[in-house]
Write a protein that binds this ligand. Structure first.
Ligand code: DNO
Length: 369
């Protein structure tokens, strides 16, 4: 398991590489090059300067996040073939710079969604928050404006302005798309790109819907064990994998995370993991918490144990953190709480590994005595 950190690039992140490299056990990034709009080819020069800039700090860039899928692909429009070809070229370009995994999502229009980006936790810190009821009376456009206003001047991943500028037009097109149609379009996309991934040695990792249910009546395909079984079955290849995001899936208490992890881990389909905790506050209402098990409703020990015991050997990172100690950063992506998150995950992992070793030693001794 390799510990990593999400980083948006020098011009677009309040956290520095100097700080990231000082976090214990953090060996690399899940990187983002936020200059590209969905559908554009990520050029080799830009990838080169990002990757080389990071490597100077002794960190690896084996995973890239948010290579966004153009809406025309999800909508199944005739223009999709050109965008799929661009995606293939991006995969080739990333792989030529050592990238081995790509985190993406197939959520129509929105990436992750919150109704409050700075919800008071009660101890002076604040965190991302969602209440389905707050969406009542809000149009998608109003929500976008609200998110922009609360984002501390940063662009939030998945909320890139160029992507959302044609929001109303795109939403209108989705009126004709149901879950089955979306799944067909997803299969077409995967059939287009997975052979390229196999040629290049790159694995795709689909991020779950966040929150783990449809919003604004638009279909969503990736928020339960059953959904992921369908997705990995669309194209049966180890390159068609998952980004197991505990906070996204865990927003729905019906998702049993350790069992989901064991299920897909045993199949070798978990490519990477985002590990964080959430506090359920009611029906479709939650607040993000610190990573600590007792601060939220997810059992982080069982989650880490399931990852370890299912033989997961991919990349892991802490996810959204609370805003602490007066830090001013992109909501969810400050330094402090994510670094605390890593320290905690490191501790859990050390204990889990030592327990496994002791158990193994005991079995060995009892078999020879
Ligand atoms: C949320 C992130 C997502 C993820 C994208 C991948 O915080 O985990 O933005 O990176 O869905 O496309």
């Amino acid at each position: 398991m390799k510990m990593t950190f999400r980083w948006f690039g020098e011009a677009d992140d309040s956290v520095t590489l100097e700080q990231i490299r000082q976090i214990p056990a953090c060996t690399g990034l899940m990187g983002v090059i936020s200059t590209y709009a969905a559908g554009e080819v990520w050029e080799r020069d830009a990838i080169h300067s990002y990757v080389e800039g990071v490597r100077k700090f002794g960190l690896e860039v084996e995973v890239i996040e948010s290579v966004n899928v153009h809406e025309d692909i999800k909508l199944g429009l005739p223009s999709r073939d050109a965008y799929i070809e661009n995606y293939r070229q991006t995969i080739r370009n990333l792989s030529s710079h050592g990238v081995k995994a790509i985190v993406y999502n197939f959520m129509p229009v929105f990436d992750w969604l919150r109704t409050d980006l700075a919800h008071p936790v009660g101890d002076g810190s604040n965190a991302l928050y969602y209440d389905d009821k707050d969406l009542e009376g809000l149009t998608p456009l109003m929500l976008v404006k609200q998110v922009e206003a609360g984002s501390n001047g940063f662009t939030l991943p998945g909320w890139e302005p160029e992507r959302l500028s044609e929001l109303e037009e795109v939403l209108e097109k989705y009126k004709k798309i149901d879950k089955e149609k979306l799944l067909e379009h997803y299969k077409y996309f995967l059939e287009g790109i997975i052979p390229t991934c196999e040629e290049c040695g790159v694995k795709m990792a689909v991020h779950p819907d966040d929150p783990a249910w449809p919003v604004f009546g638009i279909p969503r395909l990736a928020h339960s064990k059953e959904d992921f079984d369908k997705i990995i079955g669309l194209v049966d290849s180890p390159a068609n994998g998952l980004c197991l995001c505990t906070g996204s899936l865990g927003s729905n208490p019906a998702n049993d995370l350790p069992s989901i992890i064991r299920h897909f881990g045993m199949k070798g389909r978990i490519v990477c993991a985002h590990v964080r905790n959430v506090k359920h506050l009611g029906d479709k209402r939650f607040r993000e918490s610190s990573h600590l098990s007792s601060d939220g409703d997810l059992d982080m020990y069982e989650i880490m144990k399931a990852l370890f015991e299912s033989g997961f050997d991919g990349w892991i990172r802490p996810d959204h953190g609370r805003m602490l100690w007066g830090e001013r950063a992109r909501p969810g992506y400050g330094l402090y709480d994510r670094a605390l998150g890593i320290a905690y995950l490191n501790g859990l992992l050390e204990a889990i590994k030592k327990q496994a070793k002791q158990r193994f030693r005991r079995i060995l001794l009892s078999s020879i005595s």
